[in-house]
Design a protein around this ligand. Structure first.
Ligand SMILES: [Cu+2]
Length: 365
């Protein structure tokens, strides 16, 4: 009788497990199968051109339920760009901006990368996509001299948010000069709907001059080896996400931040002052942590961060290794507009005079 009851209990428990809704936390924590379940068959339909975006924008969801052959055309361009405050730097880029274009595909897609190196480049470049399974993430296959285009393909077997970067020697210098970006591999069912998605990428700049020393600056190899950057920035520039360039949202919006760290050296303690992350897909993996204040993002890694904004005002994005924020540039703004939510936050200053009352019996000096 005891054995029969035990068996019945096991059956009931397994049925209860099957009844979990697809979006429930329990299902989120089930094994996704990794790369072994990532091959969803041959591409269906004609090749499609990937929609690429510039930071802080993110391409729209792929909106497909079948694997496709996706062509990603990236151009490596060497050009002088402002770092802010009268400082310029000779960047090496994917797509003429730092960070490089955001790429969005679906798990199971065959991704054909066409890497074009501008004819006036001085250096060869290539691309190592952390989303690719294969030697070097495509680095050898994509080694491209100025004035050439290389092509190679990979199947996006693993879902998640991945860094890509140039891996031409000296690798550290190519990354420090701006050659990094993010590629999102959506799960087959896509991501949940949110009101805003933003692309934020932290990195370091090593200049021979001091912080905010005006003029054209150049790469300082010694500082890079010592891991003492002149700048730590979001989206390639001191103040890229401040003032008119602030990220924007309205009270009640759900926000998803795709945050990467190009490094080349430092780990980011990513934090938004005044917000709590409802969900963080730590290290941009499939599982999420809830109610997070600050999340670590490794060099060459990323995180997907989701939260809802309830109170209007300015929220400051920082690397909470806080001297980087206030003395090296790792600072940005999320500007939330809308009605005050007094029940959530009564933030109006209410300053009143106050004098400590001396303990009774104490002598006046
Ligand atoms: Cu390069």
């Amino acid at each position: 009788m005891y054995r029969i009851c035990s068996c019945l209990l096991l059956v009931l428990l397994s049925v209860a497990g099957c009844n979990r809704s697809p979006g429930s936390p329990d299902s989120e924590h089930q094994d996704t199968g990794g790369s072994a379940k990532g091959d969803l068959g041959a591409p269906v339909g004609p090749p499609v051109q990937a929609v690429l975006s510039r930071a802080p924008d993110v391409p729209p969801p792929v909106g497909r339920d079948k694997p496709a052959h996706v062509v990603v055309t990236l151009e490596t361009v060497e050009l002088e760009l402002p770092v802010g405050h009268g400082v310029n730097y000779p960047f090496w880029t994917f797509g003429g901006q730092v960070p490089g274009n955001f790429i969005r595909v679906r798990q199971g897609d065959t991704v054909e990368v066409r890497l074009r190196n501008a004819p006036d480049s001085k250096m060869p470049h290539n691309i190592d996509l952390h989303a690719a399974t294969g030697p070097g993430g495509g680095a050898v296959a994509s080694f491209t001299s100025p004035g050439y285009e290389s092509r190679f393909s990979f199947k996006a077997l693993n879902r998640g948010l991945f860094v890509y970067h140039c891996a031409t020697a000296p690798v550290g210098m190519h990354i420090a000069n701006g050659m990094y970006g993010l590629i999102l591999v959506e799960p087959p069912e896509g991501l949940s709907r949110v009101d805003h998605e933003y692309y934020v990428m932290q990195s370091e700049i090593y200049t021979n001059g001091k912080y905010r020393e005006a003029g054209l600056q150049h790469f300082d190899e010694e500082k890079a080896i010592e891991e003492t950057p002149t700048y730590v920035v979001f989206n390639g520039r001191d103040g890229a996400l401040t003032g008119d360039q602030a990220l924007k949202a309205k009270v009640g919006d759900r926000i998803r931040l795709f945050v990467g760290n190009g490094g080349p050296n430092l780990v980011s303690s990513f934090h938004v002052i005044g917000e709590i992350f409802d969900r963080v897909y730590t290290e941009a993996g499939s599982r999420y942590q809830e109610n997070v204040q600050t999340t670590l993002i490794p060099a060459g890694g990323a995180a997907m961060i989701e939260f809802r904004v309830e109170v209007p005002g300015d929220y400051t994005l920082v690397d909470h290794s806080i001297f980087r924020a206030f003395h090296k540039g790792a600072i940005g703004t999320l500007r939330v507009s809308g009605d005050e939510s007094a029940g959530v936050f009564g933030g109006k200053p209410d300053l009143r005079p106050w004098q400590p009352v001396p303990p009774s019996g104490s002598a006046k000096p």
